[in-house]
Ligand binder design. Structure first.
Ligand SMILES: Nc1ncnc2c1ncn2[C@@H]1O[C@H](COP(=O)(O)OP(=O)(O)OP(=O)(O)O)[C@@H](O)[C@H]1O
Ligand SMILES: Cc1ncc(C[n+]2csc(CCO)c2C)c(N)n1
Length: 239
């Protein structure tokens, strides 16, 4: 598979943006993802974040998601009444699935997914984001990217991946993260410290995890036998 991470910001008619209940500190970044997405879903308190940020930076009537879904313990009355007429609100009080899990029921399998937020804040929520993103990745051939304030994590299925990224958007720091798997055999090309050579055949919590690695090319090749994440930082002056 070839993933062009610059496509995060290019128009694509089958991309879903999921807005979690996380701060929108970088309106420009959020706005670029919003303009790219064809389907937009707010999770519960994510609607408050959208209303607040779009009021501050623009006109909230131009920022209407397709759905707001969740148990509605976080959405305010004000957000509810603002979005009530134009947006489909789905209240689902199931106590055995999170709002993030509920949102994927609305996303066709032929859509790529960009999750905005979910990597910082409460650690149980962060682990849940990584856990459930992988569960959904198993069902899809298209990527799920988790975009947070300063970096993007892309979920990779077993196989060979070519990741393209431009140095005007992405900084050099990156990681190859075997999260949710005991160990993985990974080979890479295009990183300063490539995996796969002597002493670096295996990656996992019992062996070695490649963090604080650096991009050495605008094309990165990753071959993995397990589901993993690859993360890369946004460039400082891009943010
Ligand atoms: N502090 C946080 N850190 C990371 N992700 C978060 C955080 N808070 C919320 N989220 C994400 O936003 C979604 C909506 O959160 P919200 O606070 O509106 O509801 P919640 O009741 O806390 O979440 P849930 O019902 O899913 O447990 C959550 O499902 C989670 O994916
Ligand atoms: C083993 C187990 N742990 C936690 C929960 C609680 N829980 C998980 S998802 C969810 C909904 C949040 O909106 C809640 C309350 C559970 N049910 N089962």
């Amino acid at each position: 598979m070839t993933w062009n991470l610059n496509d995060l910001f290019n128009n694509n008619n089958k991309t879903c943006l999921i807005l979690l209940n996380c701060p929108i500190n970088n309106w420009d970044l959020f706005n670029r993802l919003w303009s790219t997405a064809s389907l937009k879903i707010c999770l519960d308190g994510g609607a408050n974040r959208l209303l607040e940020a779009s009021r501050k930076h623009s006109n909230p009537s131009n920022y209407l998601p397709d759905y707001i879904i969740g148990d509605f313990d976080s959405i305010t009355e004000e957000s509810r009444s603002f979005y009530n007429n134009d947006v489909t609100l789905i209240k689902d009080e199931d106590e055995y699935s999170t709002d993030y899990m509920k949102s994927f029921k609305l996303i066709p399998l032929d859509h790529s997914v960009v999750t905005f937020g979910g990597l910082s804040g409460r650690i149980d929520q962060t682990i849940h984001t990584l856990y459930y993103t992988r569960k959904e990745q198993v069902k899809r051939d298209l990527p799920i990217c988790i975009v947070s304030e300063n970096n993007v994590a892309i979920s990779l299925s077993p196989g060979h991946h070519t990741i393209q990224l431009k140095t005007d958007t992405f900084g050099k720091c990156c990681g190859v993260l075997p999260i949710g798997t005991k160990s993985a055999k990974i080979t890479t090309k295009g990183l300063k410290w490539d995996l796969g050579g002597p002493g670096l055949e295996e990656t996992g919590f019992d062996s070695m995890i490649s963090t604080s690695n650096h991009l050495d090319s605008e094309t990165i090749e990753i071959e993995t036998d397990e589901y993993i994440y690859f993360n890369v930082e946004f460039k400082n002056d891009f943010l």
